[in-house]
Design a protein around this ligand. Structure first.
Ligand code: PXG
Ligand code: PLP
Length: 441
């Protein structure tokens, strides 16, 4: 037998970290040990204000007692139950609670992440078109600068270059409309930009190219998060809906970030008054305590599948952990907490203060745009000559040293605090980021 290499407790090598500059991180690790409400505590005892809700997901703040206790009770009572031709009551209770959150959506399909939600939504779209006799509609349309997770489907419709470079062309029949980011026209817009509704007409270009009879669905993030908080121009999403209706194309919103209060409403569909046929959620659905995702289906989608022999499976799709009982318990407790504390309304009330606070950074060195909606913000920096993304990374690192966690997407500093944030903590974030930007070369 060959001697096994045993990892030291603090050996960082065996963990191939996701979406991380592994060598850089392992040279100077930033390790978090505990979290409560608005703060992380590092392994060396430093308190860090969380300006990103983890990864846009801990919307009710960290370590919330009612969620923790619901998880503890559930894991002790029913650790796992299959959802394939079996069931457990919490999954049905959760589905009913979710569909009652907004009118027009009658079913949810459970997954374990945003990536799985996206691939599920794309598969439902193609299968639905087939079920209604539109089997030639297989093509999927995404958008440049979109992020839809890392499954083959989501990556292909996504428009993040670094993500697409290696594998993004491996699902055939995918095309993209243009993004909506335009510094010349829209820099420093507060909330939704005035200019750019017509950019939705790019979908007509693809219809003219491929023909509507070949297109199953279009997927967009209502507000693009991961590629730098790109807020849709006024009227853009409405126009996209109209064009989809005109051509029988399904509209999918990817609400993995915008869902569960981030914009000051339950979902972006409510915020913008635009109803997609399907929309994906994850992250905030369970306050990130236990992984979970879901796809909401408008009335009529599920019904189109319910017409074969009753003993037959209608759609051959699902995950071992779809509707995992512990995730369901976490999600139910999370939704209760959102309601009891009025957190979506709180986000809406705070967003004007947040907007003025983040826009006060206009004029600081290298700041070329500031964007915001609800409790999100992106501060775009000019790239350093010959070192793209370095300014973003340096800002992140220096803010962390000063006790505030922000993210960066390329050259954009991204912020999305838990919805329980206090005004004084908004001030702390802005003071910290400002002080870093003032000295950053
Ligand atoms: N769709 C959207 C719109 C997302 O934002 C996913 C799908 C994928 O979800 P999962 O749960 O499979 O990661 C996401 C995830 C960042 C960042 O730094 C963003 C995400 C994940 C990790 C980091 O902006 N978004
Ligand atoms: N791979 C193998 C060999 C499996 O048996 C399964 C599920 O049974 C999967 C992958 C899919 O795993 P999941 O259902 O957790 O997505």
């Amino acid at each position: 037998m060959t001697a096994q290499k045993t990892a030291l407790p603090n050996d960082l090598e065996p963990f191939w970290m996701p979406f991380t500059a592994n060598r850089h991180f392992k040279g100077s690790p930033r390790l978090l040990a505990e979290a409560k409400d608005m703060h992380y505590t590092t392994v060396d005892g430093r308190k860090i204000l969380d300006a990103t809700a983890g990864l846009w997901c801990v919307n009710a703040g960290h370590g919330r007692k009612s969620i923790v206790e619901a998880v503890q009770r559930q894991v002790a009572k029913l650790d796992f139950a299959p959802s394939f031709n079996m069931g457990h009551p919490l999954s049905f209770e959760l589905a009913a609670r979710l569909t009652s959150m907004l009118p027009g959506y009658s079913q949810v399909f459970f997954t374990n992440s945003g990536s799985e939600s996206v691939d599920t939504a794309l598969k439902i779209a193609v299968a639905y078109q087939r079920a209604i006799g539109q089997g030639t509609r297989t093509r999927l349309i995404g958008r440049e600068r979109g992020y839809h997770g890392v499954g083959f489907g989501g990556m292909s419709v996504g428009g993040m270059v670094a993500n697409r470079k290696m594998w993004g062309t491996m699902v055939p029949g995918v095309d993209h409309i243009g993004h909506t980011h335009n510094l010349e026209k829209n820099a420093f817009s507060k909330g939704q930009p005035e200019w750019g509704m017509h950019l939705a007409d790019d979908l007509e270009r693809l219809v003219a190219l491929h023909d509507a009879s070949n297109i199953a669905a279009v997927i967009v993030e209502p507000v693009a998060g991961s590629t730098g908080v790109l807020v849709p121009p006024k009227g853009y999403l409405q126009r996209l809906r109209q064009i989809c209706d005109k051509h029988g194309i399904l509209l999918i919103f990817d609400e993995v970030i915008t869902g569960f209060g981030r914009l000051g409403s339950s979902f972006a569909t409510e915020h913008f008054g635009v109803k997609p046929d399907l929309f994906t959620v994850a992250k905030g659905i369970s306050n990130a305590t236990i992984p979970m995702g879901a796809v909401f289906c408008r009335k009529g989608i599920y019904d189109a599948f319910m017409n074969g022999p009753e003993g037959m499976i209608e759609m051959f799709h699902g995950y071992t952990y779809s509707a995992h009982p512990v995730a369901c318990a976490a999600a139910l407790a999370t939704i209760d907490l959102y309601r009891e504390e009025g957190l979506f309304e709180r986000a809406a009330e705070l967003s004007p203060y947040w907007q003025e606070a983040v826009h006060s950074m206009k004029g600081l060195p290298n700041v070329i745009d500031i964007r915001n909606l609800g409790l999100t913000a992106g501060i775009e920096l000019a790239p350093r000559k010959d070192a793209p993304t370095a300014r973003g990374m340096d800002t992140h690192l220096q803010c962390f040293e000063k006790g505030v966690m922000v993210r960066f997407a390329g050259e954009t500093i991204c912020m999305s605090p838990p919805l329980i944030i206090q005004k004084s903590q908004i001030d702390q974030i802005v003071d910290t980021v400002s002080s870093v930007l003032k000295t950053l070369h």
